[in-house]
Design a protein around this ligand. Sequence first.
Ligand SMILES: Cc1cc2nc3c(=O)[nH]c(=O)nc-3n(C[C@H](O)[C@H](O)[C@H](O)COP(=O)(O)O)c2cc1C
Length: 355
Amino acid sequence: MERAKLNALPPALVPGQPLTALAPMQDVTTLAFMSVVADYGAPDYFVTEFFRVHDTSRLEKHIVRSIDENRTDRPIFAQLIGESIPQLERTVEELLKHPIAGIDLNLGCPAPKVYKKNVGGGLLRDPGKVDEILAALRSVCPGRFTVKMRLGFSDSSPYDDVLASVKKHQVDMLTVHGRTVKGGYRSEVDYDLIAHAVQSVPCPVLANGNVTSARSASRIIQHTGAAGVMIGRHAIRNPWIFEQCRREFAGEAYDPVCLADVHGYIENLFKATHSDQIPERAHVNRIKKFLNFVGQGVDARGEFLYDMRRTHSPEELFRVCKKHLLTSPETRFADEPYAGVIARPNCETPLTPVA
Ligand SMILES: Cc1cc2nc3c(=O)[nH]c(=O)nc-3n(C[C@H](O)[C@H](O)[C@H](O)COP(=O)(O)O)c2cc1C
């Protein structure tokens, strides 16, 4: 049988609808977070945090757990980041012993300590090397092999070469984050170039970058012709987003989320991420990273974020949550993030100043 048929993607939860995937996010898309998201309406696919691959790498145990103990009923792809072909091949062999839906290669990570080692987004500076890696991974992946890429390193000049390699090596699904590596997380997303990928490769393409809501997912799919969307930060803010997408794709209305629901989400996240091995303060700090995104939908002035960032204990944190989320519990949680409310102040600059 042709490879394309053998490696057909797992069907969407609602057959025939565009696909949705939760974007891989290091330190975020853990077993606990994926389980919480699934409780609010799972995406069609999950992708693990990246497994680092180098001469002395071993499969990170906590990422393996997110595969082996996945109880969401949705398939999970294992993501790799690396450039050594023998080590990538060895890692695939190890991962094939686990219940994965496929292997995904990271061609996008923009962290300087990553790209300086010529892995992740750094590989986009060398399309010839990308071609060699795709050839090697294709030959050792008996099942699905997928790629997640940015448009290029400092500009989109390598884009067509990499798309040609994706086609040549029969990649089974391509996700395009429509920014360059240098574009980080706040530059404009080029949806026209995502549409160009859809035209250039035979496999399904997922559009990624600033899919902020179910409505924006629909608009982006229409604009790009993509087979679906991959959603990262806005699923941390709004874990209802995948179910909302399904409703939106079916042309149905969905119930608004209110601030009391968001309080429940934070409680669930807190419980799911609790472990006796993590000191209380470290646990609070972890949750605050998630709440940075949640706060973008709570109030337009960023007051929840201001108070939340100054908490140190669970008691303080939940006092702040109660004040901002339960004083007026029926207030609607914004579908779209408030303009100017910044989730990661050290990494992002406001496009629109806070009013
Ligand atoms: C905290 C964080 C961690 C990330 N870690 C990864 C990763 O491990 N692998 C990867 O391919 N992309 C990673 N990304 C990029 C996301 O998968 C996604 O491409 C990017 O956030 C754009 O999508 P969004 O606008 O929906 O968030 C990360 C992004 C964030 C914010």
